[in-house]
Design a protein around this ligand. Structure first.
Ligand code: BES
Ligand code: ZN
Ligand code: MN
Length: 497
């Protein structure tokens, strides 16, 4: 990843290959935002008419490239639209930085002259640059690193303040976590199996005060994790439960993060259609997000104890696969009648939620690409938040908004409980008897495994993987959804205490 430095230089005098500025709409007019207004001033009265001639309207996400022909020191200016001046937020700046960095090609150095009123803005601009600059090239035969921008400078009046320096460091840790999540999601399922995921975590330079434990299939038998084993039994790649525990010196609270880690979801015997299969390497995005957020929380040395559990299995078709009609026994003894082997996520999460509960945390948050119905409800960019605590269900989307991630509360409708308890032969029924309310039924099922713990469930089936074009700082493929929200939650818990 590129490293960012701060400078308080006048943007017109910055000797870089490209300078990025923000242009807003102010009424019907265009206005370059400080400190980029100095660049606009150097162009003089020609600036706004030239942008208009280029068709630039200042809309969010729009760009215009202006060769400077010596008017400023940098030979190229990239103007990024941020929409109406009155509605520019910290998240607009993060997106503008992402759009700007994606518009840069074949440059060795770049400067970002975007408005930064405080440390949060500096952090957002840095995050936008580091997240927008992400590319997954591991599988390209012509992968050369030369295309990377080697020097990135953020121009801000706050450059010499400790707050701004801290903001760069935090942004770097956060972006590293998000980009590592994206990498793990983007690696094809052939190369990222439950065992190789565990190996990849073990190969990292783990932060201080963390401890990694991996339960392999033999251990999972001993620990009676029938959900993870039941889902994994159809695959040649055996399942794993990966635990990363972070214990700071004086923790003010204990948070458990649980992630769905299906390295490939074929649907099992309830096989998916071809269209449904294509992106299913993304089905471990929850586990990757939980793990990378935990690593970041430990790197930031937040005073929050974290127990992270990644429930890893591959959902495949073979003579050994779990069948619709089979009964599995989850850790702790609850029996579950399987109705649809494509509703596998809740089965692996059930075991992991029981293990998380055994650690007696103050709060459990699970993250999962759990249901297509959640995408139907909220679209491709918004995660669903469900909980056994109404205040928490509303607090998480609010924290997510502050982190710049769209999330929205969904209820666990009352009638779901009876449906979950409607198996004729086992304690619970795994799959919704009705074709409606699938995201809610799944949450009601998960709730059975957390006992009296405060718990929230983030369904990231929509936002975890972008099969459309890049936008803002979001690339194609793995997005790293939920990582920033989880880190932000831990930071806010730490600030409260
Ligand atoms: N992994 C899928 C959910 C999913 C779908 C994630 C699309 C990302 C994109 C999950 O295991 C699944 O197959 N869910 C079923 C619902 C279930 C109730 C059978 C689905 O989406 O149809
Ligand atoms: Zn799945
Ligand atoms: Mn599935």
């Amino acid at each position: 990843m590129t490293s960012i430095s701060l400078r308080s230089t006048d943007p017109t005098r910055s000797r870089v290959d490209v300078i990025v500025i923000a242009v807003a709409r102010s009424g019907k007019r265009l206005a370059a935002l400080a400190p980029g207004d100095q660049v606009a001033a150097a162009f003089g009265r020609r600036f706004v008419p030239t942008l208009s001639t280029l068709g630039f309207e200042g809309k969010a996400g729009e760009i215009a490239r202006l060769p400077s022909a010596g008017v400023v020191k940098s030979p190229l200016v990239i103007a990024v639209g941020v929409g109406d001046e009155s509605s520019v937020t910290t998240e607009s700046l993060r997106r503008a930085a992402g759009v700007g960095v994606r518009a840069i090609h074949n440059a060795a150095s770049a400067a970002f002259a975007l408005p930064t009123a405080d440390g949060a803005d500096v952090q957002a601009v840095c995050e936008g640059i580091l997240l927008g600059g992400y590319e997954f090239t591991d599988y390209r035969s012509d992968d050369d690193e030369d295309d990377d921008i080697s020097t990135v400078v953020v121009l801000t009046d706050l450059a010499r303040t400790a707050t701004a320096q801290q903001a760069v460091a935090t942004a770097t840790t956060v972006a590293e976590a998000v980009n590592r999540t994206r990498d793990w999601v983007n690696i094809p399922a052939r190369d990222l199996t439950p065992a190789s995921f565990a190996d990849a975590v073990a190969a990292l330079e783990l932060p201080d005060r963390t401890k990694l434990t991996v339960w392999d299939d033999t251990r999972l038998e001993k620990e009676e994790c029938g959900g993870i084993l039941g889902v994994g039994q159809g695959s040649d790649n055996p399942p794993r439960l990966v635990r990363l525990a972070y214990k700071p010196k004086k923790p003010t609270m204990h948070l458990a993060l649980v992630g769905k880690g299906i390295t490939y979801d074929s649907g099992g015997l309830s096989l998916k259609t071809h269209a449904g299969l294509m992106a299913m390497k993304c089905d471990m995005a929850g586990a990757a997000a939980a793990m990378c957020a935990t690593l970041a929380i430990a790197s930031l040395e937040l005073p929050i104890q974290v127990t992270c559990l990644a429930a890893m299995a591959e959902n495949m078709v073979s003579g050994g696969s779990t069948r619709p009609g089979d009964v599995l026994t989850i850790r702790g003894g609850t029996t579950v009648e399987v109705h649809n082997t494509d509703a596998e996520g809740r089965l692996v999460l059930a075991d992991a939620l029981v293990v998380a509960s055994e650690a007696k945390p103050d709060l459990i948050v699970d993250v999962a690409t759990l249901t297509g119905p959640c995408i139907v409800a909220l679209g491709k960019r918004t995660a669903g938040v469900m909980s056994n605590d109404d205040a928490l269900r509303d607090a998480i989307p609010a924290a997510a908004l502050r982190a710049g991630e769209p999330m929205w509360p969904l209820p666990i409708a009352e009638e779901m409980k009876a449906k979950v308890h409607s198996s004729t032969i086992a304690d619970l029924r795994q799959h919704n008897p009705d074709p409606v309310g699938g995201a809610l039924f799944a949450a009601a099922f998960l709730r059975e495994f957390v006992g009296a713990h405060r718990w929230a469930h983030l369904d990231i089936a929509g936002p975890a993987f972008n099969d459309g074009d890049p936008f803002g700082y979001t690339p194609k493929g793995g997005t790293g959804s939920a990582v920033r929200t989880l880190i932000r939650l831990a930071q806010e818990f730490a600030d409260e205490s």
